[in-house]
Design a protein around this ligand. Structure first.
Ligand code: ADP
Ligand code: MG
Length: 371
């Protein structure tokens, strides 16, 4: 559906260097299938909005290729550059950009009314399309209300209706939920996902919120500093992070440094200060290379006492601190000089100083390059 190849975009000017340019996007490639929700996830300033605006036609890239449904929208090599309205992609901005002086109906009809005449539908069709879009987001009964009199969640849905009314082949959503309070954001996540799925929409979703990305996406591209670090399904990104950055950005992770010393069938042996770990790897690490083994706190179990170390990936430790989190208890456990975070079921809670045995779930360990 969407294909982006080697997209590059820089902006003029750089702090302390008037002649330098800000390299916002440094050669991004991605593919999004029909009816899929594709998320770009990354910290502020990593180039998410710039990528989205290049796809929408609101920015001109320096180089690259963009096509939707087989149609080329932009190509630096072929000299193609369709205008934003010719691309007809629906975009929802973080700020909603709702017009305060218009009512709900007019906010949605406006983008159709300002379409160049030869693309513009007739009055009757505009009315039908607006009504349909408002029904989809359950705002049909508020069509006459002034946009400013809507709640935050309703304004968000209005912005969505305004994008849907264009009947776009693809929706571009730039942090659409970030202005909502936590509870509403949680509810809208499900709502938006349901809509996207029910309507079979292809959507590019931009967020810096990892929970949102995991909950809503068919695939996630984790971005850092203008490049994509990893693309994968939510579970792959979470369970098999390809780098420390990805592991750290998506949730909490322990990193245990070591050296790859060998291989036993599908597992690699990583020698650490506290003994060997046996770990699966996505990409074959070179023998002798320094790596970090990433493991999530919930993939380590604790038992009381220093038990006999009967298998691989078992260590002795001592509880340093613990924190009750409601649905879990986090323990900071010292293993030699290394602090390991372990997330336990709330029924398991060991006080400071308790000697414990840790078992690191072998299947849930990942090898990432050391810094
Ligand atoms: P994100 O959406 O991931 O937060 P952006 O795409 O907005 O990131 O920005 C990427 C980089 O480009 C940042 O360093 C930002 O300061 C810079 N940038 C974005 N827009 C402009 C602009 N119009 N002019 C100059 N620099 C910009
Ligand atoms: Mg942004």
């Amino acid at each position: 559906m969407l294909e982006v190849q080697n997209l590059v975009k820089s902006y003029p000017g750089k702090k302390n260097d008037p002649h330098g340019r800000v390299q916002a996007v440094k050669g991004i490639s991605l593919t999004v299938g029909q009816g899929k929700m594709f998320t770009m996830l990354g910290p502020s300033g990593c180039g998410k909005t710039t990528t989205l605006r290049c796809i929408a036609g609101l920015e001109t890239p320096d180089a690259g290729e963009i096509s939707v449904a087989g149609q080329c929208l932009y190509s630096s090599t072929q000299g193609v550059r369709l205008r934003a309205y010719e691309r007809g992609l629906g975009m929802v901005f973080q700020s909603y950009a709702i017009w305060p002086h218009l009512n709900v109906f007019r906010n949605v009809s406006f983008p159709l009314e300002v379409t160049p005449r030869r693309y513009r539908p007739g009055r009757k069709e505009i009315k039908e399309r607006v009504e349909r879009a408002l029904d989809v987001v359950q705002l049909g009964h508020l069509a006459d209300r002034q946009a400013t009199d809507l709640s935050g969640g309703q304004q968000q849905r209005l912005a969505l209706a305004r994008a849907l009314v264009m009947e776009p082949p693809m929706l571009l959503l730039d942090e659409p939920l970030s202005n909502l309070d936590a509870r509403l954001r949680d509810a809208m996540r499900f709502e938006l996902k349901r809509l996207q799925r029910d309507l079979g929409l292809t959507a590019i979703y931009v967020t810096h919120d990892q929970t949102e990305a995991l909950a809503m996406s068919d695939s996630i591209a984790v971005m850092r500093d203008g490049v994509i670090e990893q693309i994968g399904r939510p579970r792959e990104i979470y369970d098999r992070p390809a780098s420390k950055f990805v592991a750290d950005f998506i949730g909490i992770s322990n990193f245990i440094d070591g050296v790859v010393v060998g291989r036993e069938s599908s597992l690699y042996e990583v020698r650490t200060d506290h003994g060997s770990l046996f770990v699966p790897a996505l990409v074959e690490p070179a023998r002798g290379s320094r790596v970090s083994v990433a493991i999530r706190p919930e993939h380590i179990t604790l038992e009381k006492g220093h038990m006999e170390l009967t298998g691989a990936n078992m260590w002795h430790g001592q509880v340093k601190t613990r924190a009750f989190l409601g649905e879990a208890v986090d323990h900071m456990v010292m293993v030699g000089g290394t602090e390991v975070r372990v997330r336990c079921n709330p029924k398991v809670s060991f006080e400071e100083g308790t000697e414990v045995t840790l078992t690191l779930d072998q299947a849930m360990c990942s090898i990432t390059p050391a810094d």
